[in-house]
Design a protein around this ligand. Structure first.
Ligand SMILES: Cc1ncc(COP(=O)(O)O)c(C=O)c1O
Length: 309
Protein backbone atom coordinates (compact mmCIF):
# COMPACT_ATOMS: atom_id res chain seq x y z
CA UNK A 1 0.00 0.00 0.00
CA UNK A 2 2.85 2.36 0.80
CA UNK A 3 6.13 2.19 -1.07
CA UNK A 4 8.95 1.45 1.39
CA UNK A 5 11.54 1.70 -1.39
CA UNK A 6 11.22 5.46 -0.79
CA UNK A 7 12.99 4.82 2.51
CA UNK A 8 16.54 5.21 1.22
CA UNK A 9 19.79 4.70 3.08
CA UNK A 10 21.57 8.05 3.08
CA UNK A 11 25.12 8.86 4.13
CA UNK A 12 25.25 11.61 6.71
CA UNK A 13 28.33 13.79 7.19
CA UNK A 14 28.43 15.56 10.54
CA UNK A 15 31.40 17.89 10.96
CA UNK A 16 31.51 17.15 14.67
CA UNK A 17 32.28 13.48 13.90
CA UNK A 18 34.89 14.06 11.16
CA UNK A 19 37.89 13.32 13.34
CA UNK A 20 36.40 10.03 14.55
CA UNK A 21 36.30 8.41 11.06
CA UNK A 22 32.73 7.35 11.72
CA UNK A 23 30.61 6.15 8.82
CA UNK A 24 27.11 7.36 9.58
CA UNK A 25 24.02 6.41 7.60
CA UNK A 26 20.38 7.31 8.08
CA UNK A 27 17.45 5.06 7.13
CA UNK A 28 14.92 7.57 5.79
CA UNK A 29 11.61 6.01 6.84
CA UNK A 30 10.31 9.58 7.08
CA UNK A 31 10.10 9.55 3.26
CA UNK A 32 7.55 6.71 3.06
CA UNK A 33 4.48 8.97 3.15
CA UNK A 34 3.46 12.40 4.44
CA UNK A 35 0.90 11.09 6.95
CA UNK A 36 1.85 7.43 7.31
CA UNK A 37 5.55 8.10 7.66
CA UNK A 38 8.40 6.64 9.65
CA UNK A 39 7.62 3.82 12.00
CA UNK A 40 3.87 4.46 11.56
CA UNK A 41 3.51 2.42 8.39
CA UNK A 42 5.80 -0.27 9.80
CA UNK A 43 3.52 -0.64 12.81
CA UNK A 44 0.29 -0.53 10.83
CA UNK A 45 1.15 -2.78 7.89
CA UNK A 46 0.43 -6.14 9.53
CA UNK A 47 -2.41 -4.76 11.65
CA UNK A 48 -4.15 -3.70 8.43
CA UNK A 49 -3.38 -7.06 6.84
CA UNK A 50 -4.80 -8.84 9.89
CA UNK A 51 -7.96 -6.69 9.90
CA UNK A 52 -8.51 -7.65 6.26
CA UNK A 53 -7.78 -11.34 6.80
CA UNK A 54 -10.27 -11.43 9.68
CA UNK A 55 -12.78 -9.50 7.55
CA UNK A 56 -13.07 -6.77 10.18
CA UNK A 57 -14.98 -3.57 9.46
CA UNK A 58 -11.92 -1.60 10.43
CA UNK A 59 -9.42 -0.71 13.13
CA UNK A 60 -10.16 0.87 16.50
CA UNK A 61 -7.24 2.49 18.25
CA UNK A 62 -6.27 5.01 20.92
CA UNK A 63 -4.30 8.26 21.13
CA UNK A 64 -3.79 11.67 22.66
CA UNK A 65 -4.74 15.00 21.08
CA UNK A 66 -1.51 15.18 19.03
CA UNK A 67 -1.08 11.49 18.25
CA UNK A 68 0.82 10.79 14.99
CA UNK A 69 -0.41 7.22 15.32
CA UNK A 70 -4.08 8.29 15.13
CA UNK A 71 -3.58 10.28 11.91
CA UNK A 72 -1.52 7.50 10.37
CA UNK A 73 -4.19 4.91 11.25
CA UNK A 74 -6.90 7.13 9.76
CA UNK A 75 -4.93 7.65 6.52
CA UNK A 76 -3.85 4.02 6.17
CA UNK A 77 -7.37 2.68 6.84
CA UNK A 78 -8.84 5.04 4.27
CA UNK A 79 -6.35 3.79 1.70
CA UNK A 80 -7.03 0.15 2.65
CA UNK A 81 -10.80 0.58 2.39
CA UNK A 82 -11.27 -0.04 6.12
CA UNK A 83 -13.16 2.04 8.66
CA UNK A 84 -11.28 3.64 11.53
CA UNK A 85 -12.31 4.58 15.05
CA UNK A 86 -10.12 6.73 17.29
CA UNK A 87 -10.62 6.80 21.05
CA UNK A 88 -9.11 10.13 22.08
CA UNK A 89 -7.87 11.12 25.56
CA UNK A 90 -9.74 14.22 26.75
CA UNK A 91 -13.52 14.69 26.72
CA UNK A 92 -13.03 18.46 26.50
CA UNK A 93 -11.72 18.07 22.92
CA UNK A 94 -13.51 17.90 19.60
CA UNK A 95 -12.48 17.26 16.00
CA UNK A 96 -11.66 20.94 15.47
CA UNK A 97 -9.39 21.22 18.52
CA UNK A 98 -6.19 20.97 16.46
CA UNK A 99 -4.74 19.99 13.04
CA UNK A 100 -4.02 16.42 14.13
CA UNK A 101 -7.64 15.72 15.04
CA UNK A 102 -8.90 17.58 11.97
CA UNK A 103 -6.69 15.40 9.75
CA UNK A 104 -8.06 12.28 11.46
CA UNK A 105 -11.62 13.39 10.76
CA UNK A 106 -10.75 14.38 7.17
CA UNK A 107 -9.43 10.85 6.57
CA UNK A 108 -12.80 9.54 7.72
CA UNK A 109 -11.88 8.44 11.23
CA UNK A 110 -14.78 8.37 13.68
CA UNK A 111 -13.51 10.13 16.81
CA UNK A 112 -14.74 9.42 20.34
CA UNK A 113 -13.51 11.70 23.10
CA UNK A 114 -13.27 10.05 26.52
CA UNK A 115 -12.32 11.26 29.98
CA UNK A 116 -8.79 10.71 31.24
CA UNK A 117 -10.19 8.16 33.67
CA UNK A 118 -11.81 6.09 30.93
CA UNK A 119 -8.71 6.46 28.77
CA UNK A 120 -6.58 4.99 31.56
CA UNK A 121 -8.45 1.69 31.01
CA UNK A 122 -7.37 1.54 27.35
CA UNK A 123 -5.40 -1.70 27.79
CA UNK A 124 -7.92 -3.48 30.01
CA UNK A 125 -9.78 -6.52 28.76
CA UNK A 126 -13.10 -5.43 30.25
CA UNK A 127 -12.87 -2.06 28.44
CA UNK A 128 -12.11 -3.87 25.17
CA UNK A 129 -15.18 -6.03 25.71
CA UNK A 130 -17.27 -2.90 26.14
CA UNK A 131 -15.75 -1.40 22.99
CA UNK A 132 -16.36 -4.62 21.05
CA UNK A 133 -19.99 -4.45 22.09
CA UNK A 134 -20.36 -0.80 21.11
CA UNK A 135 -18.32 -1.12 17.88
CA UNK A 136 -18.65 -4.72 16.69
CA UNK A 137 -16.10 -6.36 14.41
CA UNK A 138 -13.20 -3.91 14.75
CA UNK A 139 -9.58 -4.95 15.30
CA UNK A 140 -8.49 -3.22 18.50
CA UNK A 141 -4.92 -1.90 18.18
CA UNK A 142 -3.20 -0.50 21.29
CA UNK A 143 -2.02 3.11 21.56
CA UNK A 144 1.04 3.71 19.37
CA UNK A 145 0.50 0.43 17.51
CA UNK A 146 2.17 -1.42 20.38
CA UNK A 147 1.31 -5.04 19.59
CA UNK A 148 2.83 -8.09 17.93
CA UNK A 149 1.93 -6.95 14.42
CA UNK A 150 3.46 -3.54 15.10
CA UNK A 151 6.66 -5.14 16.27
CA UNK A 152 7.10 -7.52 13.35
CA UNK A 153 6.41 -4.68 10.93
CA UNK A 154 9.26 -2.71 12.50
CA UNK A 155 11.63 -5.67 12.03
CA UNK A 156 11.44 -5.04 8.30
CA UNK A 157 13.37 -1.78 8.58
CA UNK A 158 16.54 -3.76 9.23
CA UNK A 159 15.82 -6.30 6.52
CA UNK A 160 16.27 -3.42 4.06
CA UNK A 161 19.68 -2.32 5.39
CA UNK A 162 23.18 -3.88 5.29
CA UNK A 163 23.99 -6.12 8.25
CA UNK A 164 27.40 -4.72 9.09
CA UNK A 165 26.52 -1.77 11.33
CA UNK A 166 28.23 -1.67 14.73
CA UNK A 167 25.56 0.54 16.30
CA UNK A 168 21.94 1.22 15.39
CA UNK A 169 20.32 4.26 17.01
CA UNK A 170 16.56 4.68 17.46
CA UNK A 171 14.03 6.71 19.49
CA UNK A 172 11.76 5.00 22.00
CA UNK A 173 8.22 5.80 23.11
CA UNK A 174 5.97 2.75 23.46
CA UNK A 175 9.01 0.45 22.76
CA UNK A 176 7.33 -1.20 19.74
CA UNK A 177 9.94 0.02 17.26
CA UNK A 178 12.95 -0.74 19.44
CA UNK A 179 11.56 -4.22 20.26
CA UNK A 180 11.05 -4.91 16.54
CA UNK A 181 14.57 -3.74 15.69
CA UNK A 182 16.03 -5.75 18.59
CA UNK A 183 14.43 -8.90 17.14
CA UNK A 184 15.96 -8.23 13.72
CA UNK A 185 19.38 -7.10 14.96
CA UNK A 186 22.38 -8.42 12.99
CA UNK A 187 24.92 -10.47 14.94
CA UNK A 188 27.56 -7.74 15.24
CA UNK A 189 25.23 -4.80 16.02
CA UNK A 190 24.26 -3.15 19.27
CA UNK A 191 20.90 -1.38 19.43
CA UNK A 192 21.28 2.07 20.99
CA UNK A 193 17.91 3.16 22.36
CA UNK A 194 17.05 6.76 23.23
CA UNK A 195 13.87 6.95 25.35
CA UNK A 196 12.05 10.27 25.00
CA UNK A 197 10.19 9.90 28.29
CA UNK A 198 11.73 10.88 31.60
CA UNK A 199 12.16 8.16 34.23
CA UNK A 200 11.16 5.48 31.74
CA UNK A 201 12.39 1.99 32.63
CA UNK A 202 13.19 1.05 29.02
CA UNK A 203 14.36 -2.51 29.53
CA UNK A 204 11.48 -3.37 31.86
CA UNK A 205 9.00 -1.90 29.36
CA UNK A 206 10.59 -3.79 26.47
CA UNK A 207 10.38 -7.00 28.52
CA UNK A 208 6.70 -6.32 29.18
CA UNK A 209 5.91 -5.87 25.48
CA UNK A 210 7.85 -9.00 24.54
CA UNK A 211 6.04 -10.98 27.26
CA UNK A 212 2.64 -9.52 26.27
CA UNK A 213 3.26 -10.61 22.67
CA UNK A 214 4.14 -14.15 23.72
CA UNK A 215 7.94 -14.31 23.73
CA UNK A 216 9.65 -16.67 26.17
CA UNK A 217 11.72 -15.13 28.94
CA UNK A 218 14.99 -16.89 27.93
CA UNK A 219 14.66 -15.48 24.42
CA UNK A 220 13.74 -12.03 25.74
CA UNK A 221 16.95 -11.85 27.78
CA UNK A 222 19.06 -12.95 24.82
CA UNK A 223 17.53 -10.19 22.68
CA UNK A 224 17.89 -7.51 25.37
CA UNK A 225 21.57 -8.37 25.94
CA UNK A 226 22.29 -6.56 22.68
CA UNK A 227 20.43 -3.41 23.66
CA UNK A 228 21.99 -0.37 25.30
CA UNK A 229 19.84 2.42 26.76
CA UNK A 230 20.95 6.06 26.56
CA UNK A 231 18.57 7.36 29.22
CA UNK A 232 19.97 10.90 29.68
CA UNK A 233 18.76 12.46 26.44
CA UNK A 234 15.04 13.00 27.14
CA UNK A 235 15.50 16.78 27.68
CA UNK A 236 13.01 16.82 30.55
CA UNK A 237 10.55 14.29 29.14
CA UNK A 238 7.98 13.76 26.43
CA UNK A 239 7.40 16.87 24.34
CA UNK A 240 10.09 18.81 26.25
CA UNK A 241 13.14 20.41 24.64
CA UNK A 242 15.53 23.27 25.34
CA UNK A 243 17.48 25.93 23.44
CA UNK A 244 20.54 23.66 23.18
CA UNK A 245 18.52 21.01 21.37
CA UNK A 246 16.90 23.56 19.03
CA UNK A 247 20.33 25.11 18.30
CA UNK A 248 21.70 21.65 17.52
CA UNK A 249 18.78 20.90 15.19
CA UNK A 250 19.11 24.18 13.33
CA UNK A 251 22.84 23.70 12.96
CA UNK A 252 22.55 20.13 11.71
CA UNK A 253 19.76 21.10 9.28
CA UNK A 254 22.02 23.74 7.72
CA UNK A 255 24.80 21.16 7.51
CA UNK A 256 22.91 18.12 6.20
CA UNK A 257 19.40 19.25 5.16
CA UNK A 258 17.96 16.31 7.13
CA UNK A 259 14.59 17.23 8.70
CA UNK A 260 14.28 16.25 12.37
CA UNK A 261 11.88 17.01 15.21
CA UNK A 262 12.67 17.93 18.82
CA UNK A 263 10.32 15.23 20.22
CA UNK A 264 11.86 12.03 18.82
CA UNK A 265 14.51 11.96 16.08
CA UNK A 266 16.23 15.20 17.11
CA UNK A 267 16.94 13.77 20.54
CA UNK A 268 18.39 10.65 18.92
CA UNK A 269 20.84 12.45 16.62
CA UNK A 270 21.88 14.71 19.51
CA UNK A 271 22.47 11.61 21.69
CA UNK A 272 24.34 9.85 18.90
CA UNK A 273 26.77 12.73 18.33
CA UNK A 274 27.28 13.36 22.04
CA UNK A 275 27.81 9.66 22.84
CA UNK A 276 30.28 9.11 19.98
CA UNK A 277 32.34 12.17 20.97
CA UNK A 278 32.28 11.53 24.74
CA UNK A 279 33.19 7.86 24.36
CA UNK A 280 35.82 8.58 21.69
CA UNK A 281 34.23 6.01 19.39
CA UNK A 282 36.43 5.54 16.29
CA UNK A 283 36.03 3.94 12.88
CA UNK A 284 32.61 2.47 13.46
CA UNK A 285 29.67 2.07 11.12
CA UNK A 286 26.54 3.60 12.61
CA UNK A 287 22.92 3.54 11.45
CA UNK A 288 20.43 6.18 12.59
CA UNK A 289 16.82 5.10 12.02
CA UNK A 290 14.69 8.11 11.07
CA UNK A 291 11.27 7.20 12.47
CA UNK A 292 9.39 10.21 11.04
CA UNK A 293 7.64 12.81 13.18
CA UNK A 294 8.52 15.65 10.79
CA UNK A 295 4.96 17.00 10.86
CA UNK A 296 5.19 17.48 14.64
CA UNK A 297 8.56 19.13 14.08
CA UNK A 298 7.00 21.62 11.67
CA UNK A 299 4.44 22.67 14.31
CA UNK A 300 7.23 23.32 16.81
CA UNK A 301 9.30 25.14 14.18
CA UNK A 302 6.41 27.55 13.66
CA UNK A 303 5.85 28.03 17.38
CA UNK A 304 9.54 28.65 18.15
CA UNK A 305 10.40 30.65 15.03
CA UNK A 306 13.20 28.21 14.18
CA UNK A 307 14.13 26.24 11.05
CA UNK A 308 15.06 22.57 11.29
CA UNK A 309 12.70 20.61 9.03
C1 LIG B 1 8.48 9.95 15.13
C2 LIG B 1 8.51 8.89 16.14
N1 LIG B 1 9.67 8.28 16.43
C3 LIG B 1 9.75 7.32 17.36
C4 LIG B 1 8.64 6.90 18.08
C5 LIG B 1 8.80 5.87 19.11
O1 LIG B 1 8.39 4.62 18.67
P1 LIG B 1 7.77 3.56 19.66
O2 LIG B 1 6.51 4.13 20.21
O3 LIG B 1 7.51 2.39 18.78
O4 LIG B 1 8.77 3.28 20.72
C6 LIG B 1 7.39 7.49 17.80
C7 LIG B 1 6.17 7.06 18.49
O5 LIG B 1 5.48 6.24 17.94
C8 LIG B 1 7.32 8.52 16.82
O6 LIG B 1 6.15 9.15 16.53
Amino acid sequence: MFDVSKSILQKLELNALNTQSIELFVKRDDLIDEHVSGNKWRKLKYNIEQAKTLKKNGILTFGGAFSNHLVATAAACQKAGLKAIGIVRGDELNKDSNDTLRHCADFGMELHFVSRLDYAARNEKSYHEELNFEFPNYLIVPEGGANYYGMIGCQEMLKETPNDFDYIFVAQGTTTTSCGLALALPEQSTLMVVPVLKGFDSLAEMKLLFAYTGFESSMIQEVLDKVEILGEYHFGGYGKYDEALLDFLEHQFQETNLPLDPIYTGKVLYALQDWVVKNKIQKKRILFVHTGGVQGGKMIEKKEGRHFC
